[in-house]
Design a protein around this ligand. Sequence first.
Ligand code: ADP
Length: 243
Amino acid sequence: MVAVARAFNEMATDLEQAEDLRRNLLADVAHELRTPLSVIQGNLRAILDEVYPLDPSEIARLYEQTRLLSRLVNDLHELAQAEANKLPLNLKETDLKALIQINSETFRPGAETKGVALHTNLPETLPSVRVDTSRLTQVLQNLLANGLRHTPDGGTITLSANAAADSVRLAISDTGEGILPEHLPHIFDRFYRADLARSRDKGGAGLGLAIARAIIEAHGGTLTASSEGVPGKGSTFTIQLPR
Ligand code: ADP
């Protein structure tokens, strides 16, 4: 009887925690939507009141805010699907080495413009894996873009891969600012940004890594991060996919 009561209490606590999480998520979503909306509303009001001129540069700013809003709504939709295990995956046997090479070539010009070198460290061959190539590309580009955003010029981003008996491992390392130990356990949380002061326009809403992890988990894999939190030593994000 005592065991039943204890189990019941534990269940109640779990439900309460789930409810807290849901409430926080809704509050976060509302907060994220409110910011661009209030910019749009305020500026439109100012135009109507003839405080701001109705000129193309003002319209361009408003348009940019609507783009941020769409991106946020799309990200939320994608995350909701991924977390409910309903992300449509178009799985195909894929030459992982070729996919990594295409991704690094797409990314190289942007990195070089910022003065960051992109290296690849790939074995002679990699086994083929069953993945959704456009989803995996999305994850790789997201991790590469994060690496670039947090690495000053003169730095390096390295894409490496190797195969084990039952899995393939891909790593994206940078020599940037790194992630402090107090932030590291949270960076995959929805809406988590280590640098709160950073403007939303520059980065995202803090959903990128949550989506990336959900996509990799939908493939039966894992996505993890490591960092010493020391500037210059950077961070490493590791994708493990079953083969
Ligand atoms: P954001 O939209 O803020 O980029 P992400 O989910 O992609 O959201 O990342 C969450 C947080 O993790 C970022 O705000 C940043 O603080 C941290 N982060 C992600 N990648 C890196 C990296 N390569 N180096 C340092 N910090 C990183």
